[in-house]
Ligand binder design. Sequence first.
Ligand code: 5GP
Ligand code: MG
Length: 468
Amino acid sequence: MPARDACGVVGVSLQGKGAAPFLFRGLRALQHRGQESAGIATTSHNVMHHQKGMGLVHEIFSQELLDSLRGPSGIGHVRYPTTGATDLENAQPIIVKIRDEDAAIAHNGDIVNFERVRRRLQAQGVDLLGNADTEMMAQTIALEYGHTRDLEAAIRRACASLIGGYAVVFLVGNRVFAFRDPLGIRPLVFGTVESGVAVASESVALEMMGGKAVRDVEPGEVLVLERGQLAHTSKIPNTGESAHCMFEWVYFSRPDSVVDRQPVYDVRYRIGLRLAKEAPAESDLVVPVPDSARPQALGFSAGSGIPYAEALIKSRFVERTFILPDQRRREQEVQVKLHPVPGLLKGKRIVLLDDSIVRGTTLREIVQMARGAGAVRVDVRVGCPPIRAPCYFGIDMKDRRQLVASSRSEDEVAKVIGADSVHYISIPGLVESIGLRADELCLGCLTGRYPVEVPEERHRYQKSLAEF
Ligand code: 5GP
Ligand code: MG
């Protein structure tokens, strides 16, 4: 299996200023997109500097390390492994040779036709060091570059053969190339910062670098950032369609980001309003599962008139229960992560809001916790329709058997998690809350119908993988 990543990327090009402090701030703003490892690469006078490490951005990058990352252009990455080994080797950026020049690449997403592209590269005599799709992507570009001698064209040509969801930053010399898959599955936004320009997975990173978002990178668009300017942009031939991942608004992005023109906070609030209409509950309190379901719970409270209460408190220092390898440890971690406010829930009927249910482990623990704290009735409302099918484009939902909703009705899920009722937002409810059309979104994990061909799954586009 390739190393799959749901990650965060950032790239900057400045004039007369070092890129590293900007990249550092941008990566810290994207920390929620990956806590496994982080890395930065910069260039000054065509010399590449790079550092990466395991852990959180601020733990890895001391002032001394940042000072060693010289030069006005650079890229950065935070990694969240969804498959593949969790070690430094898989950390990004990855350094590769493009002809005789050092290049660095970092990427968020997944390549679906990984095996095919790998075999093609190997047939052309390319040695792949690891099995990360990021490296494969860089080598595909390098190979095309050998044919065209034009890097931007090489990227476009490579993208035409790489099927999947990806947002990539690529540093060669003093140029930063930033590009997004032809359907814009993974997010990428362009903006200005002091003395230059930048791209990032989320707008919040641009703002935390002291800049602001200007626009989203378009599906299939390649940007060239050079000397503090957006020097050039071009597009790979595409259908003009998009398939933005709905999960960015549901859970993944920060609520203070704007993703593909839709403010995440507002979307989540509307989800809550909508749920109050679609699935009302007779309750005394609306309680969010923190942190990710707060705006949804506020919306539900506004829509229903039921008071909102922060009855579950999340420890600031526990993270990542979701990706712990075994079920037992995930369950224990929920106990450490959340704790009820004494007295608040006693004798209360509560409606518990969560952003999404994947395996159901977390909610089962939380429902039990609420009952333990005296709640007499627990109705669960979920801000994402049932997740029934795997994600092949960078979100950690791999296996139908793990997905609690893949073969269960709402009532059956309620039994599994021990709730009095469970209602999910409908697909039209979610789509309207996001504010884009259904055919502009990737809803693959909800419908089992994907925007591009995935072997053995249904898809909405005409082209088959064999054509690439
Ligand atoms: P589960 O139902 O698998 O126990 O947990 C689902 C909860 O984990 C969701 O409510 C959401 O808040 C969170 N979650 C969903 N997907 C991801 C993911 O890819 N990574 C992390 N860290 N959390 C996730
Ligand atoms: Mg949650």
